[in-house]
Design a protein around this ligand. Structure first.
Ligand SMILES: C[S@@+](CC[C@H](N)C(=O)[O-])C[C@H]1O[C@@H](n2cnc3c(N)ncnc32)[C@H](O)[C@@H]1O
Length: 229
C-alpha cells in the first residue's frame, strides 16, 4: 500500500503516527475482501519503557491481529446480515472484522478506548478504500451513552473478569431488539465460560469451533452468537 495514495486527512494522520512509531501496512485477504492494516512494527516504542511482565494491564493488546479476529472476519465476509445493518465492533484493535463488515457495505462503527488506536483504524480504513466507517471512543469501564446496533462484534475481548458485567451492560444498552452479538475467542481462553454463564440469563447462545491454520500451529477459535431471549 502506497501511503501517498491516502486521502489528505488520513495521510496527515499517517504522517503524525509515523513520526512517533515504526509502522507498516500489512495486507490481509479475507475471502474476496482485501484490507490494508496499519501495524506497529517496533513493540519497544509503543511500550514506552513500561514492563508488561510487571503489570499485564499495561500491555497494548491492540497492536497484534489475533487469530480470533481473522476467524470472525471470515465469518462476517461469508454471512449475510440484513441490508443496512448497523454494526459495532467492540475492542476493535486493528479492526479486521469491522472493516470486513464495511467492505460488505454495512454501516460500521469501530470502537476502542484510546485515540491512538482509533487513529490506526482510521488510516487502515482509508488504506482499505473504505469510507463507510465511523470511529468511537468506548471504554467498557466508563461507557458513554450508546447508540443501538443490529450487530455487535468482538474478538478476544473477554480477557479480564472485570470486563464481564460492563460488557453485558453495553450489550444490553446497545443491541437493537432482534439484533445479534458475535464473539470470537481462542477456545483455550478460560474466561469465556464464566462470561457465557452470566450472559445465558439474558441471551440464547449458540457456538461453533472453527480452525485457523497458521504457519506455526493450528488454532481453534470458538465463535459464539448471542441473541436476546
Ligand atoms: C486482545 S485485544 C483484541 C483486539 C482485536 N479485537 C483483535 O482480536 O485483533 C483486546 C482489545 O480490547 C481493547 N480494550 C482493552 N480494555 C478496554 C476497555 N476498558 N475498553 C475498551 N476496549 C478495551 C484493547 O485496546 C484491544 O483492542
Amino acid at each position: 500500500m502506497d501511503p501517498q495514495t491516502l486521502p489528505i486527512k488520513q495521510k496527515e494522520l499517517y504522517d503524525t503516527i509515523k513520526k512517533q512509531y515504526k509502522v507498516a501496512f500489512e495486507p490481509l485477504s479475507i475471502g474476496d475482501v482485501r484490507l490494508n492494516l496499519l501495524k506497529v512494527t517496533d513493540l519497544e516504542q509503543i511500550l514506552g519503557g513500561k514492563d508488561p511482565l510487571q503489570d499485564v494491564s499495561e500491555f497494548p493488546f491492540w497492536i497484534r491481529l489475533w487469530e480470533a479476529a481473522i476467524v470472525l472476519s471470515e465469518f462476517v465476509a461469508g454471512h449475510r446480515f440484513p441490508d443496512g445493518a448497523k454494526v459495532l465492533e467492540l475492542g476493535a484493535g486493528l479492526g479486521a472484522p469491522g472493516l470486513t463488515a464495511a467492505a460488505r457495505g454495512h454501516d460500521v462503527t469501530l470502537s476502542d478506548y484510546e485515540e491512538l488506536i482509533l487513529d490506526f483504524e482510521r488510516v487502515s480504513a482509508a488504506a482499505s478504500g473504505l469510507d463507510n466507517v465511523r470511529f468511537a471512543m468506548l471504554d467498557w469501564l466508563n461507557p458513554p451513552e450508546m447508540e443501538k446496533y443490529d450487530v455487535i462484534l468482538g474478538a478476544e475481548i473477554l480477557f479480564r473478569d472485570e470486563f464481564f458485567q460492563p460488557l453485558l451492560t453495553i450489550l444490553d444498552n446497545a443491541l437493537k431488539p432482534g439484533g445479534a452479538v458475535y464473539l470470537a475467542h481462542d477456545v483455550r481462553r478460560k474466561s469465556l465460560q464464566p462470561f457465557l454463564q452470566m450472559a445465558e440469563k439474558k441471551y440464547t447462545i449458540s457456538a461453533q469451533k472453527r480452525k485457523l491454520k497458521s504457519l506455526e500451529e493450528e488454532k481453534e477459535v470458538l465463535l459464539t452468537r448471542l441473541v436476546t431471549r
